[in-house]
Ligand binder design. Structure first.
Ligand code: UD1
Length: 430
């Protein structure tokens, strides 16, 4: 079983390149099957979740050709079934995008209920509501969501909850529906806009993505395209927080600074210096960071996917910080692991009260989910001594070469396969 072993206490210094956005890529790869012509998607991250969705796309008959580490060609013409098998997809949340794409194109889809990180109840009622508004019959049986109709018809829909998944999924089904669809109270995340831009490059007619109302004019068919995914806001944010927590100085390159505003603002508030270029953000962590309050909210609010990384940084900042998680109800599981490292955090309901400590100390800990795992790596990099992190498969779902990129910044981190490797690392470095 692979683990990360980290020798902490070294400020991260240097430059890091950010890859393509995981959450945009997952939706865009599913959306690529909406047409029969070849679609080439570039800047996809080389991570496990992407391999899973590509194999699911292949399993229903589409041609999937890797043109390079970050480029793939998908041809949907050869799809011969609308039933996605459980084994190929159970581990990822984004499996549900195949529902919207298959329903949009073939008017029928059967997809296993989504998996993904266990960070709380992850309802799909808004997806269902959207498909039903477009005229589909939707039922959940034997762990599958099944949607079917003779024809999809545009509709006026109000989302009761702001949901990234539901907004994208309904968009995927609506682009080929007859007539106009209006989506009110949609998610405005950068990846929602990226998916809309991708669909428009295939000939869809979507306006307003990123605003409070999305308007879609249904078209008869879509055509092939070539598209490059936007940079990953959460990967970038993770490096920004790693720079802050280790009191380092890191230039995070290949980003869209606008997408990082909520993170930059909070980092400045706690005392980091931030400078922005057209496609880069530099984070300089001051010697003593201050406390603050964080509330996770849909974009442009502070992203829930950055909450654990921010909490780790606040655990090392002076004073008492309050972190409120409003999106998912089980996103503080990593706090017990941080306590083993000397953090002083009390969780009450959806709020963490973080009493900053002067230092964390290395410990043996486990990654409970993807972003919490990344946060624990940051804790290990900032802590005195050696940290060993288990269950790193969660982390590898969403970060490409995280250990390698951290080493480029001077971080002492290695991916190890056995106890002997850990001992070797400790002898060499600790
Ligand atoms: C996506 C991201 C995830 C991120 C989250 C919020 C992907 C693959 N995952 O997840 O990394 O943390 O957005 O930015 O893109 N909800 C309902 N009914 C629904 C759908 C959602 O009540 O039908 C609730 C959820 O339980 C949750 C909230 O809405 O409390 C937000 O969920 P949503 O935005 O849908 O998250 P995901 O798309 O699952």
């Amino acid at each position: 079983m692979e683990q990360y072993v980290i020798k902490g206490g070294i400020p991260l210094i240097g430059e890091v390149e950010i890859g393509g956005a995981k959450n945009a890529a997952l939706a865009i790869l599913a959306a690529a099957i909406l047409c029969d012509e070849p679609v080439v998607v570039d800047n996809i991250p080389d991570i496990r979740d992407i391999s899973v969705i590509l194999s699911a796309i292949q399993s229903i008959g589409a041609e999937v050709e890797r043109l390079g580490r970050h480029t793939v060609k998908i041809t949907g013409k050869t799809i011969h079934m609308v039933h996605v098998g459980y084994d190929s997809i159970k581990k990822i949340r984004a499996s549900y995008y195949l529902l919207g794409a298959l329903l949009g194109k073939y008017k029928k889809a059967e997809v296993p209920l989504p998996g993904g990180c266990n960070i709380g109840i992850r309802a799909i009622d808004q997806h269902k509501k959207g498909f039903e508004a477009l005229g589909a019959k939707v039922k959940i049986e034997h762990g599958m969501i099944m949607a079917e109709t003779d024809s999809l018809k545009g509709a006026h829909l109000y989302f009761d909850v702001v949901s990234v998944g539901a907004t994208i999924n309904v968009m995927l089904a609506a682009v080929l529906a007859e007539g106009n669809t209006i989506l009110e109270n949609p998610a405005k995340e950068p990846h929602v806009v990226d998916v809309a831009n991708f669909l428009n490059s295939m000939g869809a007619n979507i306006k307003g993505a990123g605003t409070d109302v999305i308007r879609i004019k249904g078209v008869k068919s879509l055509h092939g395209t070539e598209y490059s995914i936007i940079p990953d806001q959460i990967e970038a944010g993770t490096f920004m927080l790693a720079a802050a927590a280790t009191k380092g100085d890191v230039i995070v390159r290949n980003v869209i600074p606008k997408h990082l505003e909520a993170i930059s603002a909070k980092l400045m508030e706690i005392g980091c210096q931030i400078t922005e270029e057209d496609d880069a953000v530099r984070v300089f962590g001051n010697s003593e960071l201050k406390h603050t309050q964080i509330k996770t909210l849909p974009y442009p609010g502070f992203p829930t996917d950055m909450q654990p990384q921010m909490t780790v940084t606040l655990a090392l900042s002076h004073g008492t910080s309050i972190v409120t998680e409003t999106i998912f109800d089980n996103r503080f599981k990593y706090v017990d692991e941080l306590a083993k490292m000397g953090a002083s955090i009390k969780v009450e309901g959806n709020t963490a009260i973080v009493d900053g400590v002067k230092k964390l100390t290395g410990a043996e800990i486990s990654a409970p989910d993807l972003r919490a795992g990344a946060a624990l790596i940051i804790a290990g990099l900032a802590a005195d001594g050696c940290t060993v992190i288990d269950d790193i498969q969660y982390i590898e779902r969403g970060y490409e070469g995280l250990d390698e990129k951290l080493r480029q910044l001077g971080g002492q981190i290695e991916r190890v396969a056995c106890e002997k490797d850990i001992q070797r690392f400790k002898l060499k470095i600790c």
